[in-house]
Design a binder for this molecule. Structure first.
Ligand SMILES: [Zn+2]
Ligand SMILES: [Zn+2]
Length: 135
C-alpha cells in the first residue's frame, strides 16, 4: 500500500496530513481529501473520475504512467529473452564444435542436441524481439 500522508490531493493540491480525512480513489488511485471529493462530486465536471472527481488531465496522466511502466517491463522481458537465445545458440555452436573435435564425428546424436539448442535459442530471440517496443 502506497503512502497516503504526504501526497498532494489531486483536487485542491494541498498535501494530505492525515489518512483519516483522505483516501486513495478505488477507481483511479488518485490521492484525494474526502471533503474535496464530496465537494467536486456534488457537481462533477466533464470527464472527471466518477468515484472521486479527479480531473480528466489527472486520469490521463495516471493512465500514461501505467502504460509506460507496462511497456518498460515488457521490453525488459524481451531483452532477457534475446540474451537467453543468444546464449543458447552460442552454447549449441560451441557444443557442436567441441564434440566434433573430441569425438571425430562419432555419434550424430550430439549434433541433434546442438541443433536443438540453436533452435530453442532462435525461438527465444524471436519471442524477445516481438516483446520489444516498435518505434
Ligand atoms: Zn483536497
Ligand atoms: Zn478517482
Amino acid at each position: 500500500m502506497a503512502q497516503l500522508v504526504g501526497r498532494d490531493c489531486v483536487l485542491c493540491g494541498a498535501p494530505i496530513s492525515s489518512s483519516l480525512d483522505a483516501r486513495f480513489c478505488t477507481a483511479c488511485g488518485s490521492p484525494v481529501h474526502a471533503e474535496c471529493s464530496l465537494r467536486i462530486l456534488a457537481s462533477p465536471p466533464d470527464g472527471c473520475c466518477a468515484a472521486c472527481g479527479a480531473p480528466r488531465a489527472v486520469l490521463e496522466a495516471r493512465l500514461l504512467e501505467k502504460q509506460e511502466r507496462a511497456e518498460s517491463a515488457r521490453s525488459q522481458a524481451g531483452l532477457t529473452s534475446v540474451v537467453l537465445g543468444v546464449a543458447c545458440i552460442l552454447g549449441g555452436t560451441l557444443a557442436t564444435v567441441g564434440c566434433s573435435c573430441l569425438t571425430l564425428g562419432a555419434g550424430s546424436g550430439r549434433f541433434v542436441i546442438a541443433t536443438g539448442a540453436i533452435a530453442v535459442g532462435i525461438g527465444f530471440i524471436v519471442r524477445g524481439l516481438r516483446q520489444l517496443p516498435h518505434r
